[in-house]
Design a protein around this ligand. Structure first.
Ligand code: ADP
Ligand code: MG
Length: 343
């Protein structure tokens, strides 16, 4: 047997990266969540070769203080929580302080930032090295740019698992779409290999919101869906439910957000399936973009970095409300009379 040794910080980070950084799409998710947590109102995303060569996210958020820049790249360093009380009430998308450390251990990462009120921007860079980055002056307006080059250049075993550029980009685009649907108030621009793919101005009015949904889900979805907005005992459900004429052979146009977070949940899926049961052919999948809002105290949004489950305190009530709201929205799609709630 060999003797026990401490892992180097770099290797420890690379092992942690194995859990959160699976592909370019996972990097984009972490970077966009950081931008949103920083209060960004505009996020520009530049991608080359599906993000394997380059991923750049630039935001106009709160920025990072010069002295904090090296810390931002360290593991278990976060500005989002301080103690257990904060953890229980966490309202940000991230809080583990792991993402940038993980990503920077498997790529060449440059972080440039200018916080509010600073007259100078600063930059740190890592190259999968141990964690002692130097800080140098840079030019940048208020906000932050994270540039990730050559993902997995030093972990060839991971790189081997990447699929074609087309597949990787579609995963990445899907992440951007989800986050763009979760925050109508933020502008998102996505470019791939220099070509604009998504250009989403902030959407304040209802008409602008419809336009965003059309840009993300396609105009046909908006035309062939019904807009709903319903409220019952502290629960609100609003958004767009696709008509049976706009069903899909795959469950690939289904977005459900609980208090602004995209979730995938068995109870929700079941309620939706029941509501569509007698209007969809077998093997067809409904389409929807739905937002549920409720008191955060009665829902436990699972905070695992990659899972999407939630736990409702009163699951039965949520199920009933969801089912009956959707069932009613589709009432005129049903031939003949059927009793509401019939299962
Ligand atoms: P977490 O998001 O869990 O705190 P990260 O590793 O993703 O951990 O980021 C570490 C820290 O770096 C964050 O807590 C935040 O203070 C800072 N940070 C990262 N990205 C940004 C950004 N785009 N704007 C402002 N601060 C950021
Ligand atoms: Mg984060």
């Amino acid at each position: 047997m060999s003797r026990i040794q401490l892992l180097s910080p770099r290797l420890a980070n690379q092992i942690a990266a194995g859990e959160v950084v699976e592909r370019p799409a996972s990097v984009i998710k972490e970077l966009l969540e950081n931008s949103l947590d920083a209060g960004a109102k505009r996020i520009d995303i530049d991608v080359e070769q599906a993000g394997v060569k380059l991923l750049r996210v630039r935001d106009d958020g709160s920025g990072i203080e010069q002295d904090d820049l090296p810390l931002a790249l360290s593991r278990h360093a976060t500005s989002k929580i301080r103690d257990l009380d904060d953890l229980e009430a966490v309202a940000t998308l991230g809080f583990r302080g792991e993402a940038l450390a993980s990503v920077s251990s498997v790529s060449r990462l440059t972080l440039t930032s200018c916080p509010e009120g600073a007259d100078q921007a600063w930059q740190v860079e890592t190259e999968g090295r141990d964690m002692a980055p130097s800080v140098r002056p840079a030019a940048h307006p208020r906000g932050t740019t994270v540039e990730v080059r050559d993902l997995f250049f030093n972990t060839p075993a991971r790189r081997k698992f990447l699929r074609t550029e087309k597949t990787e980009f579609s995963h990445l685009e899907e992440v951007v779409k989800r986050l763009a649907l979760s925050r109508f108030d933020v502008a998102f621009n996505l470019r791939h290999n220099g070509r604009p793919v998504l250009g989403l101005p902030p959407a304040q009015t209802e008409q602008e919101a419809r336009r965003r949904v059309a840009s993300v889900c396609g105009p046909a979805f908006v035309e062939q869906s019904r807009q709903i907005d319903s409220e019952r005992s502290g629960l609100r459900l609003w958004g767009w439910v696709g008509l049976p004429t706009f069903s899909r052979s795959q469950a690939d146009l289904q977005y459900f957000f609980v208090n602004g977070r995209m979730i995938k949940d068995k109870l929700v899926a079941h309620a939706v399936r029941q509501a569509y049961r007698d209007v969809l052919f077998n093997g067809r999948h409904p389409t929807f973009v739905l937002f549920m809002e409720l008191d955060p105290a009665v829902v436990d949004v699972n905070v695992h970095p990659t899972k999407h489950e939630v736990r409702f305190r009163d699951g039965r009530m949520v199920h009933d409300f969801l089912f009956s709201t959707l069932y009613r929205a589709l009432a005129d799609q049903r031939p003949g009379d059927q009793a509401e709630g019939d299962e």
